[in-house]
Design a protein around this ligand. Structure first.
Ligand SMILES: Cc1cc2nc3c(=O)[nH]c(=O)nc-3n(C[C@H](O)[C@H](O)[C@H](O)COP(=O)(O)OP(=O)(O)OC[C@H]3O[C@@H](n4cnc5c(N)ncnc54)[C@H](O)[C@@H]3O)c2cc1C
Length: 380
């Protein structure tokens, strides 16, 4: 039973998106993987077709649609077997900071471009040596009159090369309490003192540009601070629920794609004179994986509806991010075992799915951190 109820408008949107991705994304994925980046033009095409930032209010160029549209985009993206066009990062993780905490001026300046794909966004929290422990951030921001001077470096920033606008978390060196010291700043691509470092060579997610960013006496206008001074930590905490939820949605949808593909392969491929799918061992593996996926989907769909109703589901979302990303990794490994040597070839989609799945247990908060959050809120 589907828990998320879709209207005719949602279904029509899904159909239009499917056709767009089949025509304008899937044929280019191998090239983008080889290039280690997607072209900026595809972001603009996504925007022109109305597939970015669907929740942004109409006065800023969006449609003001509900989170179910984000779920549809995230799910359909998995059909393209790549992660480079990180629309969920842009639409559901970064831009919501501007929608929720931006001033009217900031929204007018940036949101229309985010919706149209003219502005690609990134969020920069992680630093060399500072990952999970955000309180340990060393990048500083000193506000002086109408100017802010940012110094420091960030690493592992998704969309780091393509980004036109980066939300940068930095601390006020004059404030001792790390939880009161963080603020968020909107740093544009051409800002004085802002530069990009290495485009990181990763084991997976090849077409996703992940990069180092440097801020050396980087000067921006004070008007580019997002929200209250010192409110950065709170803003990050408020938005991480949605980040983890889209991660869980993506994990379930990816696992579905993998098992659909593997099931078809096992039906069509013979070993010892009969289809692989006639072996009881293969059948049991497919049934067990499908059961896991159905359990994951029920849980995640329930959370999507709770999230739309603005319920506090921090504990459940942490559990879901952790469980679904581990489930995805189990599913892709087991599917590769069923398929055998063909699964190790680049032309088999499982090879890419395998290397792309690993990082899902690490980013958006490691799975250990997810368990720590759940334990804390469970009063353990
Ligand atoms: C492909 C990719 C894309 C990324 N994109 C972005 C991005 O766009 N923006 C951004 O800011 N960051 C990004 N990151 C960084 C990501 O958020 C961090 O990797 C993540 O926060 C974990 O940090 P870490 O890897 O430094 O691990 P660490 O925090 O150093 O942790 C190392 C190990 O210790 C464990 N650990 C740490 N603290 C605790 C604790 N309190 N309790 C229990 N165990 C603990 C961890 O679970 C892990 O096993 C990206 C990373 C990758 C790999």
């Amino acid at each position: 039973m589907d828990i998320i109820k879709y209207t005719g408008a949602h279904l029509a949107f899904r159909h239009r998106l499917k056709e767009f991705l089949a025509a304008e994304v899937s044929p280019h994925v191998d090239q983008w993987e080889a290039d280690r980046i997607v072209p900026k033009e595809i972001w603009r095409r996504m925007g022109q077709e109305g597939f970015l930032c669907l929740d942004v209010a109409p006065e800023y160029g969006g449609l003001g649609e509900d989170f179910r549209y984000s779920v549809i985009v995230t799910e359909e993206m998995t059909h393209t077997w790549h992660t480079g066009l990180a629309s969920l990062l842009h639409s559901d993780i970064v831009v919501p900071y501007i929608s929720a905490f931006g001033t009217a001026e900031q929204k007018e300046k940036y949101l229309p471009g985010c919706v149209s794909g003219e502005i690609v966004t990134a969020v920069a929290m992680t630093e060399p040596g500072v990952g999970s422990d955000l309180a340990g951030m060393q990048t500083t921001a000193v506000e002086d009159g109408d100017t802010v001077v940012i110094d420091g470096s960030k690493t592992f920033i998704s969309n780091g090369i393509n980004a036109d606008l980066v939300i940068v978390a930095a601390r006020d060196p004059g404030v001792d309490d790390p939880y009161q010291a963080l603020s968020l700043y909107l740093v544009e691509s051409g800002a004085e003192g802002f530069s990009r470092g290495r485009h990181l060579e990763k084991m997976g997610m090849w077409s996703q540009d992940t990069a180092e960013l440097f801020f050396s006496r980087c000067r921006i206008a004070r008007g580019n601070r997002l929200g209250e001074k010192g409110g950065g930590f709170l803003m990050l905490m408020q938005k991480l629920q949605q980040e983890r939820l889209v991660c869980a949605v993506a994990a379930v949808a990816s696992a579905e794609r993998i098992v659909e593909w593997t099931t078809q392969y096992c039906r069509e491929t013979e070993a010892a004179g009969r289809p692989l799918s006639k072996s009881q061992a293969v059948q049991f593996a497919l049934v067990e994986m499908t059961t896991d996926i159905k359990l994951g989907r029920s849980f995640v769909e329930k959370l999507v509806m709770d999230h739309i109703e603005s319920q506090n589901i921090v504990v459940e979302t942490s559990m879901a991010k952790c469980w679904t990303t581990e489930m995805l990794n189990r599913v892709v490994c087991r599917s590769m075992d069923l398929v055998g040597e063909f699964a190790t070839l680049e032309k088999c989609p499982l090879a890419r799915a395998f290397r792309d799945a690993k990082v899902m247990t690490i980013f958006a908060g490691t799975n250990e951190i997810m368990k720590g959050i759940a334990a804390k809120f469970m009063g353990l």
